[in-house]
Structures are given as C-alpha cells and as structure tokens.
Design a protein around this ligand. Structure first.
Ligand code: ATP
Ligand code: LTN
Length: 342
C-alpha cells in the first residue's frame, strides 16, 4: 500500500468501440502502458461511456468491453501491479464531468478537432451532445485520479491539453485541487498509418479493412495485409514520410517491434527489395501479436473471472475517485448531503 502510494501515477484508456484493438493502439499506447507499470502506480480503464457518444449495439458493447479488458491483460497489463476497471463502474467520472462541463467555454469545446473530424461527413446536426462533451468526460477521467502522466498516441494530445487547461482553471478559481497532467507520447510508434492509405492514421473507423491490422485477426490475414501494403513505384528502402509514406510506415513498425533504430534498419536493407522488408515486418508483427490473440481467447473463455477482476479494479479506482469528487463538490459549494435521516 505505502509502496504504491509513493510512486507517481499514470492513467489511460482505449474505447471498446471495435471488434479488436489494432496495431496502432498496441504500438501507440498499450506497449507504453505495459512499460509504465514498474515505475508508476498505473490505472487503465475501458471508456465505455465514451463509446456510447456514437450509437452502439448494447449486447455488442458489453462483449467488446470484456474483450478490450482481455486484450489489455493479454498485451501485458498485470492486474496485480495496475488497476484495471470499466469507466461506467465508477460513477464519479460522470459526476466530475458535469462540473467540468460547467467551467468549459462553449467556444473552447467547439474548437476540439475530434468533434469536427467525426462530424465532417454527417454534419454536427445529427451528432449527439455526448460527442460534443466527450473531451470534458475525458478530462474528468484523468483529473479524478490526479495522475502525472497520460500515456496516449499523438492524436490525443489536444484532449490532454484541454484537461490541463481545465485543471488549472479549477485550481485557480476554487483552490489547489488537481494535478496538472502531462501527455506521455512515445517517440516511436506514436502514429501508425493505414497500410492501404499510408497518409491516414490506422484507425478502427478506417474506410476499408485492408489497411488495418487487428490484434484478433487470424495471423494469415495479418501477414497477407502487410505483404499487400501500398508502397511506391521506386525500389529504394528509405525513410521519408513525404515521398515514401508506405515504406516509412513499415520501417517504423519494424523499428518499434525490434527496438532497432530506423537508420540501422535502412542500412541493413540497403540493396534489398520491398518484398524482403514486407516479409520481415509480417514475421515481426505476427510473432508479437499471435500470443496476445491466443491469451485473449483464453481469458474470454472465462468471463466470470474477467468480471471479477474488473469489479476488484473498480473498487480500487472508486477509493481514489470518491475522495477527489468529495473535494470538488465541497470546493464548488455543494451542500453536503446528510446521512440517512428518519
Ligand atoms: P477511432 O477509429 O474511433 O478513431 P482509434 O482506432 O483511433 O479509434 P482510439 O480508441 O481513439 O482508437 O485510441 C486508443 C489509443 O490508441 C489512443 O491512445 C490513441 O492515441 C492510440 N492510437 C490510435 N490509433 C493510433 C495509431 N494509428 N497510431 C498510434 N497510436 C494510435
Ligand atoms: N479518447 C481516448 C480514450 C480515453 C482516454 C481517457 C485516454 C477516454 N478517456 C482518459 C486517456 C485518458 C482515445 O484513446 N480515443
């Protein structure tokens, strides 16, 4: 107990919105979460409340929430070291989000790029208000636990920035309450690109499945997708995001998986063909992901045990979250409720 409380804290989460986590989620986020567990008191959660900002099938959401938890564990999250929980099991997230909504400017929220991106096609009229207030719920997720770091991929930078602004604003108006969190963004793997469209980030919501590597895909499909990755009409293996985005993406994936710097890889592939690089990337990805897939399936075979682990995590998380929320409610001037009366 005393051991964990002296370490700085990190917290992060990934939405249970797809059939599986993908290689971008794994290399951009999960690998760093796993590394952080030894040096930090770490909390990892499944933001199911964020998932319903867009329509979800209820039975599917429940399944995906368990599946996401299983992938965290199979990918290396150790439930004995870290706290693993589901967002909706800790009601303080929604409660703090309301208070943060009330100190966020409408203009400030309107400038968040995720809402603009996600409504670019269908228009803001048909989007939910939940999607608009997504960043304030995310700020609540973070600030409740007073973490020092938030390990995420590059695309989450603006959200962490808003959390910092809201923490500073609250502290300034109501007195020191929140720790100002920092985004921990990896130097390598922060942005993995779609294999078919290597100028767009790899994403669950990509236009076609060909560019996506899922942790739960059959290894044969994974290898095939990598071997069919879009490259360019040249033959030289070089790192150049502008003119060779496809080859550059493959080099970065290999570098992150092998730990070899990109320039060392470029030297090793001197005189070799794109096909060689693709075979090596496919082997490296498959050998890393296959045990994770197998372990995920094992964990999913015992949903009662997974639910028990998540209940245990939620109790640990609530013990922290309740303290912060009580402090916030007091500072904003809410009348404390009396205990039971007759
Ligand atoms: P969506 O399809 O809704 O955009 P997503 O696939 O981008 O989803 P998220 O749930 O938004 O995934 O992201 C979970 C975590 O994975 C975040 O920390 C995010 O920064 C990271 N991440 C997502 N995509 C990539 C990527 N292509 N490269 C590196 N990191 C990524
Ligand atoms: N928006 C994040 C998921 C998320 C999150 C968080 C990440 C919700 N709340 C708090 C870190 C901390 C995403 O990855 N899409």
């Amino acid at each position: 107990m005393t051991e964990t409380s002296t370490r700085p804290r990190v917290l992060s989460g990934m939405q249970p919105s797809g059939e599986s986590l993908h290689l971008g989620n794994y290399l951009g986020a999960l690998v760093n979460w796993v590394k952080s567990q030894d040096d930090y008191e770490a909390l990892f959660f499944i933001p199911d409340m964020h998932a319903i900002t867009v329509p979800q099938d209820p039975a599917e959401l429940r399944e995906r929430t368990r599946k996401t938890a299983a992938q965290y564990i199979a990918g290396g999250i150790d439930v004995h070291k870290s706290t693993l929980f589901v967002q909706s099991h800790v009601p303080e997230h929604a409660q703090l989000a309301w208070v943060l909504n009330c100190i966020t400017g409408f203009g400030e929220a309107s400038r968040m790029t995720q809402f603009k991106d996600k409504t670019a096609k269908g228009g803001a009229e048909s989007a939910s208000v939940g999607l608009f207030t997504y960043p304030m719920l995310m700020a609540a997720d973070i600030l409740l636990y007073r973490p020092h770091g938030v390990p995420v991929g590059d695309d989450q930078r603006q959200h962490v920035e808003l959390s910092r602004d809201l923490a500073k604003r609250f502290n300034h108006r109501f007195g020191e309450t929140f720790v100002i969190p920092e985004a921990f963004i990896p130097a390598e793997g922060a942005r993995i690109y779609d294999l078919q469209n290597p100028t767009s980030k790899m994403s669950k919501s990509a236009s076609g499945p060909g560019g996506l590597i899922n942790l739960m895909d059959d290894p044969k499909i994974t290898a095939k997708r990598i071997k069919s990755a879009v490259t360019d009409a040249e033959t030289v293996i070089a790192h150049d995001r502008e003119s060779k985005p496809g080859v550059t993406n493959l080099l970065e994936i290999l570098s992150t998986l092998t730990g070899k710097p990109v320039d060392v890889l470029v030297a090793e592939y001197d005189g070799k063909m794109y096909g060689h690089l693709k075979v090596d990337v496919a082997d490296a990805v498959v050998s890393r992901l296959e045990p994770i897939r197998a372990r995920t399936l094992e964990l999913l075979a015992d949903p009662a045990e997974l639910d028990r682990l998540l209940a245990h995590g939620a109790a640990k998380a609530r013990a922290i979250a309740a303290g912060t929320l009580a402090d916030v409610y007091d500072k904003v001037g809410f009348l404390p409720p009396l205990g039971p009366v007759d």
